[in-house]
Design a protein around this ligand. Structure first.
Ligand code: AMP
Ligand code: ZN
Ligand code: FE
Ligand code: FE
Length: 275
């Protein structure tokens, strides 16, 4: 049961810069034994990643990262071990992606109205086959020379409350959690350190989430031990990973720097198939 797992990784099927094959190859190089690909609202990376994983000896857990919201706050829910052939899941994801596409069109219209002449095609070029998000718009703005830095896009236009902000299609955390469990998976609150206060955390636990993401680049050592304490108090599973995206967002050496031991993955598997 030796080995290290990074259970939070993005590919070109959402806003990551590497293909599923490249991710698995990089994971192997980083010494990882297990990864989970957790693209936003998309599971399209899985077949290729699993195939490459079998060749290289990297276990690839089917995953997804769903964006739920409470009032105007984004809450990301990770799902692991989901059944990728589940029709309800597939329909839901496809609907969420259609809504993301429409939202990206609305954001570009707003930008154009603000005299930022970003063509929608430039955004599509960034997103390729993946589910479209604000990071693609930020990258397109940089590539078109309309801003200098990636993060400038959020500060000036795309962040919550900024002039080109548009809400995503609303699903509640409970809907996201139910969707994951009805497709046979385990759900985890992603990076709670990104603004989830204790009241909200407890309400998500009451919604039936299976675990918490404890290890994440946004979590200081103090937060890591705080979330470990919460997990043990509420008998929750724990997970962790790098939230690797590559590109302008992360350095390429991030994959494999935030990991959990294989033993923790084994605990999840046992929860999945109670003895
Ligand atoms: P979306 O799924 O389209 O709402 O985009 C969400 C992603 O945009 C997040 O996962 C972050 O990578 C990025 N993002 C959102 N807000 C900010 C911000 N204020 N600064 C930098 N990146 C952000
Ligand atoms: Zn992302
Ligand atoms: Fe996230
Ligand atoms: Fe993520």
């Amino acid at each position: 049961m030796d080995g290290k797992a990074d259970l939070h990784v993005h590919t070109t099927f959402s806003d990551g810069s590497l293909s599923p094959r490249e991710i698995v190859e990089l994971a192997k190089k980083a010494g990882l034994t297990t990864i989970s690909i957790t693209d936003h609202d998309h599971i399209g990376a899985l077949d290729e990643a699993r195939q490459v994983g079998r060749t290289l000896g990297v276990d690839v857990i089917p995953g997804v990262e769903l964006s739920a919201s409470v009032e105007d706050q984004d809450i990301h829910i990770l799902g692991y071990f989901i059944d990728c052939a589940n029709n309800r899941l597939l329909d839901y994801l496809s609907h969420l992606r259609t809504e993301r596409f429409k939202r990206a069109e609305r954001i570009v219209e707003k930008l154009n109205g603000l005299n930022v002449p970003l063509p929608f095609d430039a955004v599509l070029e960034q997103a390729k086959h993946g589910s479209i998000g604000r990071p693609h718009i930020a990258n397109a703005l940089v590539d078109e020379g309309l801003i200098e830095f990636y993060y400038e896009a959020f500060v000036k236009y795309l962040g919550a409350g900024k002039p080109a902000y548009e809400k995503k299609f609303h699903i509640s955390p409970r809907e996201a959690i139910d969707l994951i469990s009805s497709s046979g998976g385990l759900s985890f609150i992603a990076h709670p350190g990104n603004g989830i206060d204790e009241n909200l955390l407890v309400s998500l636990i009451n919604d039936g989430v299976d675990g918490i993401e404890v290890i994440h680049p946004a979590h200081s050592p103090v937060l890591v031990s705080y979330y470990r304490g919460i997990a043990s108090e509420y008998y929750l599973l724990t997970t962790g990973g790098s939230d690797f995206h590559g590109g302008r967002k992360n350095g390429m050496d991030l994959l494999g720097r935030y990991t959990i031991p294989e033993a923790e993955v084994e605990i999840m598997r046992r929860r999945l198939r109670p003895a």
